[in-house]
Design a protein. Sequence first.
Length: 162
Amino acid sequence: MASLTHIDAEGAARMVDVTDKPSTSREALAEGRVAMAPATLELILSGNAKKGDVLAAARLAGIMGAKRTHELIPLCHPLLLTKVEVEIAPDPALPGLHVTARAKVTGQTGVEMEALTAVSVACLTIYDMAKAVDRGMRIEGIRLLEKSGGRSGHFRAEPPMD
């Protein structure tokens, strides 16, 4: 089992020193879902939500969230992201919306937290914009799907056990 990199020998929290790590191309993909009533999904997809275009707002919020990850999550390094892409697709079987986020950087540390933050903030924005009609929505399944680059190499998540 690997040791926790954000804990020093005395057990205190610390920011990882990446000074000597080479800059490499790094990418991460994360996902999450917002489950809701079928009528709520219809309302969002029709573009008739009272607060406006839910999907556009959620995409933008996710991108903005990724760019501010270091301000939200203690000990995360600020990164000069080269790409953040948030996609939101309807899932009638849920019913709800499936959110994915891809983050890229050339740097000394990974972008997993940025992709996860983008998904989280996009899902929260969907909830916020539609909560007036459906307070029972559920945000679920937020996880890292894939990451590449860096010393630890490539990671791909196992399929979920639904």
